[in-house]
Design a protein around this ligand. Sequence first.
Ligand code: UFG
Length: 320
Amino acid sequence: MKVLVIGGAGYIGSHVVRELLDRGHHVLVFDNLSSGLRENLFSDAAFVHGDIMQYEALRRAAAGNFDALIHLAAFKAAGESMIAPEKYSLNNISGAINILNAASEAGIKRLIFSSSAAVYGEPEYVPIDEKHPNRPANYYGFTKLEIERFLDWYDRLRGIRSVSLRYFNAAGYDVKGRIKGRELNPANLIPIIMEAAAGQRKEVQIFGGDYDTPDGTCIRDYIHVSDLAAAHAGALEYLAKGGRSLAVNLGTGTGASVLEVLEAARRITGKEIPAKIGPRRPGDPAKLTASSELAAAAIGFRAEHSEIDVIVRTSWEVYR
Ligand code: UFG
């Protein structure tokens, strides 16, 4: 298939592009390189340096008879979205509308969207399935949920079939070691631990040690980025076979605590990794895990590489 990957130079986008190329698809990456990296581009994919806020550029890029479009171009720092909502309104919401309009104009009928567990908010039960209420606890999650709603309408009115992939905690690096781009100013736990292990950061702040969990630190469902990438290819195949629009969770169903991740990182890197328990971070639920049964049944999703050790080992290969 011929696939337009918007945000294809980013951390998750580059893994998705590599997976599509491995499976013989033809890829055009469209990325403004604001957080994406040139080093994440591959010589066997075409590249357009462009911004989703510039409709003309997007329209031109989309006009290439694509079988599908994958949208991964969004800001994703939940904390920042609470202090700079305008930035998230513009890029995440207006940008997504531009993408939908460009797809509509170009007649692209299949779309895969990077959604997030953040659409659910504070969990009422875990593991969370897709029937769980959607009450985002941060503006970032709200933008993802709104885009899912636009997708519903563009399906009804323009026949664009979509799969929204609700990622839980994406982590790790290409299991074959082909992607080495480090995120600039990471806000997520595992890259922060890696920077500390590599001596680029003094210590890791643990956000709260008094949660109602076995060791007092928060539990999250870490999903390897190579498993996420394979899920995008599965979603493409699902849509190509005529599958209807849907939103699915991508996680493992189990979780690891902050301390468990830290312990795994100390063992695998052989570094001390200083860490200090500090105050809780507002908006953090104690435990967040995903039921991905729907993704398994519909798009053939499997968490093959998502053991914490594999996530940490593949990350350390990049950060060491
Ligand atoms: N944490 C720390 N110290 C840090 C960073 C994180 O203790 O320096 C803790 C957090 O409190 C949390 C866990 O590590 O308990 C994971 O935190 P991340 O910031 O890596 O990830 P979140 O679970 O907050 O959020 C991630 C994505 C969101 C997405 C969400 C869905 O960043 O975009 O997963 O589950 F919405």
